[in-house]
Design a protein around this ligand. Structure first.
Ligand code: ASP
Ligand code: MG
Length: 304
């Protein structure tokens, strides 16, 4: 059996949340299950990397300070894991690579879209690598997967289009054992192996691609809200979390401003009739919202 989980950046915002997410992952795994966990960068880090890259164009010293802030954040959130020497070495190596890259940007005083994608890739590479270390500490069989080896895109840097056939083949080839794969969201590479990104918030899309390629039985999007609400809770006191919505309803509600997920990104999973659960990592016991292809308005009305 294959299951796909996606962990959003806000669920990785501090030490306590990260541990909470590790428990959620541990509870999702059981003997014989292939568990693909797609992770975003730690909350706020993608924006900080973006800022670092642009700062480096004018002020290399200031960019260095900003990288140190990114470093401190990871050392704070994953303090336990970074006590282990091999993990520490690997993370230092990644951060040194990032520093060198930004030094290059400050020398040429320009960050091209291609270089920016490489800079941004460090967010997901750090979070997925450290989450793998955390799960291993818990005694789980977890493997770090750099999605750049599997998600193949065109060269439209910043918003690259995924080449589905190649990508699905790579995913099926790589993700095939009953264990936990911790996979970087948001990033891919073009046919020449150059790093690309698939658009801001793209980790949901990465998760949907893995779910579709692996014919997973479900996909759980772990975020920081309980799910889709029946009305705007700031305006309607009785607003409640909808237990089920159809894909069309999710699209509609998102169009009218519900900031839960962009259902568009789920198309590959929906096209294969894979049920999508929206779950709140801050209150894991809440049932959340199920987005399914079949369930329509009627079932929602019954609850009102
Ligand atoms: N870290 C990326 C972003 O902030 C991708 C994601 O979170 O889905 O846009
Ligand atoms: Mg993010």
């Amino acid at each position: 059996m294959v299951k796909v989980l996606k962990i959003g950046g806000s669920s990785l915002g501090n030490k306590r949340r990260v541990r909470n997410v590790a428990d959620i992952i541990a509870n999702s795994w059981s003997e014989g299950v292939i568990l693909a966990v797609i992770v975003s960068a730690v909350g706020g880090i993608t924006d900080q990397l973006l800022n670092c890259a642009h700062t480096a164009e004018n002020n290399g010293e200031l960019a260095k300070e900003k990288i140190n802030k990114i470093r401190r954040k990871h050392f704070d959130v994953f303090a336990e894991e970074l006590k282990e020497e091999t993990t520490l070495d690997q993370v230092n190596r990644l951060l040194d690579e990032l520093k060198d890259l930004l030094k290059g940007v400050s020398l040429v005083r320009e960050c091209s879209p291609r270089t920016l994608d490489l800079v941004l890739s460090f967010g997901e590479r750090l979070s997925a690598f450290l989450m793998t270390a955390l799960l291993r500490h818990k005694g789980l069989n977890a493997e770090y997967v750099d999605a750049r080896d599997l998600v193949i895109t065109n060269s439209n840097h910043g918003n690259a289009r995924v080449l589905k056939d190649e990508t699905y083949n790579w995913i099926q080839y790589k993700i095939n054992k009953p264990k936990i794969y911790v996979i970087t969201g948001f990033i891919g590479s073009n046919k020449d192996g150059i790093t690309t990104t698939i658009g801001r918030g793209g980790s949901d899309y990465t998760a949907a691609l893995f779910a579709a390629a692996l014919d997973s039985e479900s996909i759980e999007i772990w975020t920081d809200v309980d799910g889709f609400m029946s009305a705007d809770p700031r305006m309607v006191k009785e607003a409640f979390v909808l237990p089920q919505v159809s894909y069309e309803e999710a699209m509609e509600m998102s169009f009218f401003g519900a900031k839960v997920i962009h259902p568009q990104t789920l198309v590959p999973a929906i096209a294969k009739n894979i049920p999508v659960y929206i779950k709140n990592s801050f209150s894991a016991k809440m049932p959340g919202t199920l987005i399914s292809p079949e369930i329509g308005r009627a079932s929602c009305r019954e609850r009102v």
